[in-house]
Write a new protein. Structure first.
Length: 165
């Protein structure tokens, strides 16, 4: 989608919400990842979320930034106008603060349907990730990309089993 070819079996590491705890892990391991941020939580009163300074530092290290909407509302529960506002306002704020395009989206709670896919495209995104389980992707469905959920309890053997399956 961006002019580069993916490796034969690519793995994309993603983090949702913008919690600070992911920052040292990514940095320590020298990982590249995508971090999906809830824009109203950046630089807010809750110090468990990233600041704009840390977001910029992430980017300098090669971490892609994506939108996780303004408030993390379930998009399927909103009207078209409400969902579109969440999508557009978040993307525009990220782009204004970071001074570049932000074409990636993660649906809050993984809630999406055909209407939300359509609104996401209208809001200017190029792709969106879900919480649908799976590793096989379809280029025909760039707004319904699947992921494997890794928890603290998953461990290396659990991750290896997921990747084999």
């Amino acid at each position: 989608m961006c002019g580069d070819h993916l490796r034969r079996k690519p793995i994309v590491v993603t983090f949702d919400d913008g919690y600070r705890y992911a920052s040292p892990v990514i940095e320590h391991l020298g990982m590249h990842a995508t971090s999906y941020l809830i824009t109203e939580r950046i630089s807010g009163d809750d110090r468990s979320f990233l600041s704009w300074r840390l977001v910029r530092r992430f980017e300098k290290r090669g971490v892609e930034i994506g939108s996780h909407t303004v408030s993390h509302a379930s998009l399927t529960a909103l009207s078209d106008a409400g969902a579109l506002a969440e999508l557009v306002r978040s993307r525009k704020k990220l782009e204004r603060k970071l001074d570049h395009r932000v074409p990636w989206l993660a649906y809050p709670y993984g809630d999406y349907d055909a209407r939300i896919e359509r609104l996401s495209k209208k809001a200017g995104y190029k792709l969106a990730v879900t919480t649908d389980w799976g590793s096989l992707q379809s280029a025909q469905r760039p707004f319904a990309l699947k992921r494997l959920r890794i928890l603290d309890s998953t461990g290396v053997s659990g991750l290896a089993a997921m990747l084999r399956g």
